[in-house]
Design a protein around this ligand. Structure first.
Ligand code: GRF
Length: 220
């Protein structure tokens, strides 16, 4: 059983997806702590409801980034955390912290990386005219929204929809691929090999695992 911490800054719908997955006894990870840099993050309520201990570590209480990240690091070690899941955590982690936790931090980003790193991904996807966008779960590297890809889900863009509508459709897939990516990492079925993540070939015997196009099957 892999002990994980989830770092959040807000709504926490991905945290909820991870909480729900961990409620299954067979799931290979357990959330031992939720850390938020914002005291009013709604995700903290979700954690409390699920009986998960929470800690607020506000960046505003520290003189610099190093001190803020050291406080997070200390808390993680005190809780015996083995892997960190970033779920809408809105602070960029420094190379020093990321390297200390090398290959043990994962993140979800609402685009098909390496396209549309950063903020306002859905607006930018619509503006750019891409036909597909989606979401990515990846291992965190010091560069923002960069690192070996664990899983992705593609969503066809409807040029007439708003950024909020597109975001809502992608979010549904975020809630599927994040727990699944964590399951793969925690069970050792996925492992980092240099710049890639290798998934054991027997994991998805039919070769693929998801067909998220409209009308397609989601086959986990
Ligand atoms: C998600 O879209 C996630 O991909 C991005 O931030 C958003 C967080 O949403 N990194 P929530 O807090 O998980 O609901």
């Amino acid at each position: 059983m892999l002990e994980i911490a989830v770092l959040i800054s807000g709504r926490g719908s991905n945290l909820q997806a991870l909480i729900d997955a961990c409620a299954d006894e067979e799931f290979p990870a357990r959330i031992v702590r939720v850390i938020s840099n914002k005291a009013d993050a709604y995700g903290l309520e979700r954690a409390k409801k699920a009986g998960i201990p929470t800690t607020v570590i506000s960046h505003q209480d520290y003189d610099n980034k190093e001190a803020f990240e050291d406080a997070i690091d200390q808390e993680l070690n005190a809780c015996n955390v083995k892997m960190i899941c970033l779920a809408g955590f809105m602070r960029i982690l420094d190379a020093r912290f990321v390297n200390r936790w090398k290959d043990r931090i994962i993140n979800i980003h609402p685009s098909l990386l390496p396209s549309f790193k950063g903020l306002h991904t859905h607006e930018r996807a619509l503006e750019s005219g891409v036909r597909f966008t989606g979401c990515t779960v990846h291992i965190v590297r010091p560069e923002m929204d960069d690192g070996p890809i664990i899983l992705q889900a593609a969503v066809a863009v409807n040029p007439d929809e708003t950024a909020d509508e597109l975001a809502g459709r992608i979010l549904e897939y975020e809630h599927i691929i994040y727990p699944e990516a964590l399951r793969l990492m925690a069970s050792g079925k996925a492992r980092v090999a240099g710049d890639k993540v290798i998934i054991e070939s027997a994991t998805y015997p039919d070769g693929g695992w998801i067909n998220p196009l409209p009308g397609g099957d989601i086959d986990l």
